[in-house]
Design a protein around this ligand. Structure first.
Ligand code: GLN
Length: 513
């Protein structure tokens, strides 16, 4: 009853509500994140706090870890106490207040910290529970669940794209408070949208045990136990755990390269990419970079044409990708000729990542649906190999940088290529991961298991921040290129293990595909 009646484009109508709620929440999250460290290190005269890179990086590390740690608690609260819908609303309200508090940073520093704390708490209530509600829209056996999560993931990144672009721009040009405030305004809209849209869900998103009166519940539990024996539940949870460990490695590498990178990204992009008067433009770099992008895009594009019959959106986005790469090329040339030492800002990379996701997400989901659909562990392995490939591109691009060098002339395009590969990897792993978590979890624990899924990201973000903080020391001893290769080797090792154990893991999923 409820949601199943209404469908939009072959998906439950509730998906739209969740899509837009998550989109505006991620708008705020990534919008604020794009500003955070730039603001902290900005001079006091310019309204910033004048922190040094290390201090800012440390706060950033703690923020991005804690924000993914609290979902563990928020997931349990929704499972046991509030249900998912209410938890999402509480989370959204808390985060709206958090953004508002941050915008008041000019009055007292404490408002800034209070804001961060509220956001950490609010995200804990919000993120795991909206993620599990997506899965609850679909019957367990539905083959549409994967596609549903992919659409949801596009919402995440549409929000990230717009938020990083707008908050980053407004914050850095008009004023920090306006940037922080803008993030809050959209969080507020996202909340209203969910509040007024929630009727569409019916009983979906209520506390698991709410749905059935006590006696009936006992019967149901007995039935469930009969249908899903304990050892099956256990096996499935073990598989989920393995996937979570793999995702730690993925997000560690991903964040390390700069999905979110902040100060370190700024330093690092300038270090390996800065264009100065001494820089000579290397056509070979450009060709080596653009060529693979063209080839991959072409292959994906022709696949897309075959499988989705000239979907107009795919064509549009493919063309946009080309335009974007060409633009980068021109920008690069322009920069070289003018010898301008342009600063690459953090938001720029977040935008690139989000852009690639929105561009390629539907294509990946169609490939899984119609061309090739390997098991979850194999998709994870491919994701890890892609992230390693990104690092190999970086290692190659920075191969001539001597130990300890702080600037060198390496093409910007290597980083774009790395981002491209990382994003392809993210598409194999992250939306797939959400869907698997939903399918592998027992119904009454789904919030908690999503909490664990995000805990993996918390650990990854912490480790990435920790390593990022000591990059200078590492670069002094080894060349930065070797460092990248070392980072690349870890995901490769885990990918091989996943492939090796794939048959076993598949068996342990007991029929879940
Ligand atoms: N881009 C994803 C999101 O913000 C990343 C989630 C994750 O790190 N697990 O939802």
């Amino acid at each position: 009853k409820g949601i199943d009646d209404k469908m939009v484009f072959g998906h439950p109508a509730g998906l739209l509500v969740l899509f837009f709620t998550e989109m505006w929440e991620r708008f705020s999250y990534y919008g604020m994140r794009a500003l955070l460290t730039v603001f902290l290190v900005s001079e006091i005269a310019k309204g910033g706090w004048g922190w040094n890179n290390e201090e800012a990086m440390s706060l950033y590390k703690w923020y991005t870890s804690l924000v993914y740690f609290t979902p563990l608690i928020g997931g349990i609260i929704a499972d046991k106490l509030t249900g998912y819908k209410k938890a999402i609303l509480i989370g959204a309200l808390t985060m709206t207040l958090g953004h508002a508090s941050m915008a008041l940073e000019g009055i007292s520093d404490n408002f800034f910290y209070l804001g961060l704390a509220l956001m950490v708490l609010g995200n804990g209530m919000f993120k795991p529970n909206i993620s599990s509600m997506v899965g609850q829209l679909y019957p367990d056996s539905s083959s549409k669940k994967d596609a549903g999560y992919t659409i949801f993931y596009m919402g995440i990144n549409a929000g990230s794209f717009l938020g990083s672009l707008l908050c980053g721009y407004i914050g850095e040009t008009v004023g920090w408070h306006y940037g922080f405030g803008l993030a809050g305004v959209f969080m507020f809209f996202g909340m209203l949208q969910f509040y007024f849209g929630q009727r569409i869900f019916g009983v979906i998103g209520d506390k698991p045990s709410n749905k059935i009166p006590v006696e009936a519940k006992e019967v149901e539990e007995a039935v469930e136990e009969e249908v899903i024996p304990k050892n099956v539940v256990r096996d499935r949870l073990i598989v989920a755990g393995v996937l979570m460990v793999a995702s730690i490695l993925f997000f560690f590498a991903f964040e390390q390269a700069g999905g979110s990178m902040t100060i370190f990204a700024k330093d690092y992009t300038q270090r390996i990419l800065s264009g100065t008067a001494a820089t000579s433009f290397k056509w070979i770099d450009a060709i080596l970079t653009i060529l693979p992008i063209v080839i991959v895009t072409y292959v994906l594009f022709s696949l897309a044409r075959k499988v989705i019959n000239k979907h107009p959106m795919t064509i549009l986005f493919t063309m946009l990708s080309f335009a974007f790469v060409a633009y980068l090329g021109f920008w690069k040339v322009d920069r070289e000729f003018n010898s301008i030492n342009t600063e690459v800002t953090v938001s720029w990379f977040q935008i690139l990542n989000a852009f690639f996701i929105v561009t390629f997400a539907s294509l990946f989901s169609k490939i899984w649906e119609k061309v090739w659909n390997p098991s979850g562990p194999i998709k994870f392995a491919i994701g890890l190999l892609f992230v390693a490939l990104g690092f190999i591109a970086l290692a190659y691009g920075s191969r001539e940088i001597p130990n300890g060098a702080l600037t060198a002339s390496v093409s910007m395009l290597w980083l774009v290529l790395a981002y491209f590969f990382h994003t392809m990897g993210e598409l194999c792993l992250s939306p797939v991961g959400l869907s698997y978590v939903s399918k592998l979890s027992p119904k009454s624990l789904v919030g908690l298991i999503f909490g664990f899924w995000f805990l993996a990201t918390a650990i990854a973000n912490y480790l990435a921040g920790w390593l990022g903080g000591s990059i200078d020391k590492i670069a002094e001893e080894y060349s930065i290129s070797v460092f990248f290769l070392i980072v690349a080797s870890l995901p490769i090792a885990v990918a091989l293990l996943l492939m090796l154990f794939n048959p076993l893991l598949k068996r342990m999923m007991h029929g879940i595909k």
